[in-house]
Design a protein. Structure first.
Length: 129
């Protein structure tokens, strides 16, 4: 999967929320919030087209864009890239890092325990010992 920059991901987020969108509609959704001119948005759209992250086609009176990459697929790739880059692909050191450097709330701990229980249940086929 092509690398999507932070700025490009803002365009993608707009398209994941609602597609198809014209360049003007994309600008309305992300331009002002990011202090971007219409030309900046068009440049980012062009980059995403070259990366085959989005596709464009005439729809009615406007040329509109839609994502070719599912958000879940992108999140998975980005997450794995972060894990590989910072923690040699291992999840436990990532969790340990957050536990040591960020105060985990009771809700965080509860959610982690529930996640571990679900993972264990899947690995044992639903039977707990």
């Amino acid at each position: 999967m092509a690398q999507i920059s932070d700025a490009e991901s803002r365009i993608m987020e707009a398209l994941w929320r609602k597609a198809p969108l014209s360049a003007e509609q994309i600008f309305e959704k992300v331009g002002p919030a990011n202090d971007w001119a219409p030309g900046t948005v068009k440049t980012l759209v062009t980059r995403l087209l070259k990366k085959k992250a989005i596709a464009g086609a005439r729809e009615g009176d406007a040329y509109c864009y839609r994502p070719l990459i599912a958000r879940a697929e992108w999140v998975q790739a980005e997450s794995q890239g972060l894990l590989d880059k910072l923690f040699k692909g291992e999840l436990a050191p990532l969790v340990a890092h957050f536990a040591e450097h960020r105060q985990l709330t009771a809700k965080d701990v509860k959610q982690l325990k529930e996640l571990i229980a679900r993972i264990e249940e899947k690995k044992t086929g639903g039977s707990r010992e």
